[in-house]
Structure formats: structure tokens, C-alpha cells
Design a protein around this ligand. Structure first.
Ligand SMILES: Cc1cc2nc3c(=O)[nH]c(=O)nc-3n(C[C@H](O)[C@H](O)[C@H](O)COP(=O)(O)OP(=O)(O)OC[C@H]3O[C@@H](n4cnc5c(N)ncnc54)[C@H](O)[C@@H]3O)c2cc1C
Length: 467
């Protein structure tokens, strides 16, 4: 009766995993994706290019080696956008091949073009040719695009968003980043590492509020050391385009000249082209679609996953949502998404955490002890020349369970998973105290931090016993 059992709109992490999961369950599956966008924002303009760019910056600037070889150490004196773009394009190309091959192996049909609802079971695909396809179940995984305030005249050269920053024709000497969210601050740190003088303008009084305050302070210290200027509690009144650069005028009257201004002002769900009303659906003013706990929209055979449904808008969560939605759509038993998801922020240095922050635990009146390990006290920290990294464990003073793990420095986004696993299995700090880790490793920081927390708890226990 239908052309396909499951049709997925968008081939980003959410769409891909939905399509593969449905195909593995023996369904006839199609993915609709725009030309040159296979793999979604994740592969083409978001996660993969930005993380590859970061790796290229770290390698070419030699930044991570300077503690060992001196402040003037660099692999290449004049780093050009071609040097950076070469690595980015290489990885994007490879990743697209991996996805194409994975979809092919699983007999998922890729329909190239822009999809829109004609009715609740019919999608019109506009591409090189126009076609109509029907499907029993539909998964919307169309993601987001950078929000562009209407008051700002974007020209994709001097006044840009986070998509256009990947296509600059030279590394700017000066850059204003408007918005200190994750994307803004990641790019600010990459360009600062390249030697660009960066000014970050943020309306709020602090940045990355969901992160551990001590770690955000450490990041700010490092970025200031790379000549980043922060303007917190400031809003942009206007950005003026001048022949030799842009002038960012703040509401406080300050003027900041720069070669380039990057707006990182949040993202908008990509739903405008979908003609949602034809399927009986609607999006909110930020283009997001409402879903229930199974990722089903108010029209039960239509699901939505990934960034288009809003928070947390991360690649890993999008993938899992896609898989779970497909299972539900195919009538399979569905496990709930695990609550314990890590957050990784690829600034220079990087940040990662899982579980609660000190602020959250204090607000909820949950007593905890802190155990800290500093990389400079680990042999591996000395070997790699990372003297600033740290790992912080938040341990329940009542039952010694791990409540949160916060990591700053080399390998933070990998290391966090040890803590996530211990927490996920209901482990206590005792496990980490007694575990033997490879030496010399950064993983050892778990044992050192656990011993630190345990020693502090022992002092409290001793004093309490004396009473
Ligand atoms: C600069 C940047 C850095 C990031 N870094 C990280 C990171 O380090 N870690 C992390 O976890 N996440 C990161 N993210 C977020 C991550 O990229 C997203 O969470 C993820 O890509 C969302 O996946 P998705 O499945 O919602 O689809 P997306 O990847 O957003 O892709 C959606 C796809 O749908 C297609 N589409 C849209 N409308 C239609 C239509 N009408 N018809 C057909 N196709 C359509 C689009 O062309 C697009 O290819 C970053 C994002 C950005 C922008």
C-alpha cells in the first residue's frame, strides 16, 4: 500500500540511526536529504568540521607542546585556511562515504531533494526532479540552522554565522564572537589559538552556566591567556560594515573593530520548508516540534528526533533518539533513553562532565564531598605537558555514590566515560579507590581524586565520632 514502511526526513545522526534501525528490523526504508548534505549538519557544517578544525589548529600551532618545547614552538609559521580546510574536507569526505556505504548495505533508499508534507502519509521531494512518495511511518530529523537576527546584515564574509566560518578566505587577525554558548566559545578558542585577537560579547553575566563554575573559571583564565577579551553583560546594538572591517557597537557605547564578526545566537529548527500543516502538525516559534516520551508527534505515526525537537541538541543524543523512535515506530519494545548523558565541550582546553554540578547539588541540599586530581601531579600530565588539567569527583557524603564527574584538560571528553560507567552501574567512590589503573595514564586521575574525596570524608567522620 505504501512506497515505504518508514520514511526519514534528514540524514543527520538522528535520521541515519532511525533509518538503519528500521532497516535492521526488516522494514523498507527511505531517507530524504538535500544535495551535498548527506550526513547532515553533523558531518557537513557542525560537529565533524569544527572538531577536525580544532585538531588541525592544535597540531599546526603546536599549542599543546609549548609547555615542553617553549612558547615559540609551532609546526607551521603561517597557518592558512587552506592548511585547515584540507584536513576538514578530507574527514568530511571519508565520513560521507562511511554513511553512504552503511545506508547502502542496509538497503536504505536515499532520495535526494527537499522533502515536504503533501498530507500525513505523503512526502513531495523537490530535487533535480519532482516526485511523490508515501510511507506508513515518517520520522522528521531535519535538524536546525543558525538563527540569524533580522537586525544583522549577514554577508557570509565579514558578518557571518557558524556555517560561514568554515569558508573564510583567510584567518582573521581580529574576530568578534557574539554569544558565548558552546559553539561560540569553541570557535573563539580555536581562533584564539591561531593567534586571532578574539572578543566575546555575551548578554548574560557568565557563560556555560550548566558547567562547573570552577572549570569555567579555569577556561576563562586560559582563553584570556590566549588574548581573548570577554564582554559579559553586554549586548550588541549594531554591527556596521566598513571598507576595512566591521565595527560592532555595544549598547554600552563601546565600539569593537574587527576583520570579522561571528554571530552564534542559537539555532532555529528546520521546519519552515516542511509544510507541517499539511500533516496536521505545527512547530513553535523556534521551529521545534513537540514530541512525547517515544518521540511521537501529536500525529502518532509521525515521529521527530534530533535537534529539531530541541534540548539537548547533541549528535549522540540525536542518534539514540533516532534509534528509539524507529523501534517504537516498528512496534518493537523500547528502552528509555538513559538519563546519564555526558556533555563534551571542545574548547581549547576541553571540558566534559556527567551528572550533577556543585551548584545543582547545593541548590537541592544534597550533601557531597569533592575529590580533585590535578594533571600536573600525574606522571602522564608531565609527559604530555598538561599542567592545568583537572578531574573533579562529586561524591555523596551519605552513601559514597558518585554524583558528578567534571573534567578539564587533555582527553576530558574521553575520560568522562569512566565516571559515567561507574555512575551508571551505581558504583561508589570505593570502587575507584581500590581499582588499579594503567600507569602512567590520565585515567589514574580517578583514583587520585577518589582518594582525595575519601580522605576528606575520613576527617569529617573522625571529628563527628569525637563528638
Ligand atoms: C558548529 C557545531 C558544532 C557542534 N559540535 C558538536 C559536538 O561537538 N558534539 C555534539 O554532540 N554535537 C555537536 N553539534 C550538534 C550536532 O551537530 C547536532 O546535535 C546533530 O547534528 C543533530 O543531528 P540531527 O539528526 O538533528 O540532524 P542534523 O545533523 O541537523 O541534519 C539534519 C539534516 O536534515 C536535512 N533537512 C532539513 N530539512 C530537510 C527537508 N525538508 N528535506 C530533506 N532534508 C532536510 C538537512 O539538510 C540536514 O542534512 C554541533 C553543532 C554545530 C552547528
Amino acid at each position: 500500500m505504501w512506497d515505504f514502511d518508514v520514511l526519514v526526513l534528514g540524514s543527520g545522526p538522528g535520521g541515519q540511526k532511525a533509518a538503519i534501525a528500521a532497516a535492521k528490523l526488516g522494514r523498507r526504508v527511505a531517507v530524504v536529504e538535500k544535495k551535498h548534505m548527506l550526513g547532515g549538519v553533523c558531518i557537513n557544517t557542525g560537529t565533524i568540521p569544527s572538531k577536525t578544525l580544532r585538531e588541525a589548529v592544535l597540531y599546526l600551532t603546536g599549542l599543546n607542546q609549548r609547555e615542553l618545547y617553549g612558547a615559540s614552538y609551532r609546526v607551521k609559521e603561517e597557518i592558512t585556511v587552506a592548511d585547515l580546510g584540507m584536513r576538514t574536507q578530507h574527514v568530511i569526505g571519508r565520513e560521507i562515504q562511511v554513511i553512504r556505504s552503511q545506508l547502502g548495505r542496509n538497503h536504505v533508499t536515499v532520495l535526494q531533494g527537499t522533502g515536504r508534507f503533501l498530507d500525513a502519509h505523503t512526502i513531495g521531494v523537490t530535487g533535480d526532479e519532482e516526485r511523490k512518495v508515501t510511507a506508513e511511518r515518517i520520522v522528521i530529523a531535519t535538524g536546525t540552522s543558525p538563527a540569524r537576527p533580522s537586525s544583522v546584515e549577514f554577508d557570509d564574509k565579514m558578518i557571518i554565522d557558524s556555517d560561514a566560518i568554515l569558508h573564510l578566505d583567510r584567518v582573521p587577525e581580529t574576530l568578534v564572537v557574539v554569544g558565548a554558548g558552546v559553539i561560540g566559545i569553541e570557535y573563539a578558542s580555536m581562533f584564539a589559538a591561531l593567534g586571532t585577537k578574539v572578543t566575546v560579547v555575551e548578554r548574560r553575566e557568565r557563560m556555560l552556566e550548566f558547567c562547573d563554575l570552577e572549570i569555567v573559571e579555569a577556561l576563562k583564565y586560559h582563553l584570556r591567556d590566549l588574548a581573548v577579551t570577554f564582554r559579559f553583560g553586554e549586548s550588541v546594538a549594531a554591527v556596521e560594515r566598513r571598507p576595512r572591517g566591521a565595527l560592532t557597537v555595544l549598547e554600552s557605547g563601546k565600539k569593537i573593530p574587527a576583520d570579522c564578526v561571528m554571530y552564534s545566537a542559537g539555532r532555529q529548527g528546520k521546519t519552515a520548508e516542511l509544510c507541517l500543516a499539511a500533516a496536521g502538525l505545527a512547530a513553535d516559534d523556534r521551529g521545534r516540534i513537540e514530541v512525547d516520551e517515544n518521540y511521537a508527534t501529536p500525529v502518532p505515526h509521525i515521529y521527530a528526533v534530533g535537534d529539531v525537537i530541541g534540548f539537548p541538541a547533541l549528535a549522540a543524543t540525536s542518534m539514540e533518539q533516532g534509534r528509539l523512535a524507529a523501534q517504537h515506530a516498528c512496534g518493537e519494545p523500547v528502552a528509555e533513553m538513559q538519563e546519564l548523558s555526558p556533555i563534551g565541550i571542545y574548547t581549547i582546553p576541553e571540558i566534559s562532565f556527567v551528572g550533577k554540578s556543585e551548584d545543582e547539588l547545593t541548590r537541592d541540599k544534597i550533601p557531597f564531598e569533592v575529590g580533585i586530581s590535578r594533571y600536573r601531579e600525574l606522571a602522564r600530565g608531565q609527559i604530555i605537558g598538561d599542567s592545568y588539567g583537572m578531574l573533579k569527583l562529586l561524591v555523596s557524603s551519605e552513601d559514597r555514590r558518585l554524583l558528578g564527574v567534571h573534567v578539564f584538560g587533555t582527553g576530558a571528553t574521553e575520560l568522562v566515560h569512566i565516571g559515567q560507567t561507574v555512575m551508571g552501574c551505581g558504583g561508589t567512590v570505593d570502587y575507584l579507590v581500590n581499582a588499579v589503573f594503567n600507569y602512567p595514564t590520565l585515567a589514574e586521575s580517578y583514583k587520585v581524586a577518589a582518594l582525595d574525596a575519601m580522605n576528606k570524608m575520613r576527617v569529617i567522620a573522625r571529628l563527628t565520632a569525637e563528638l
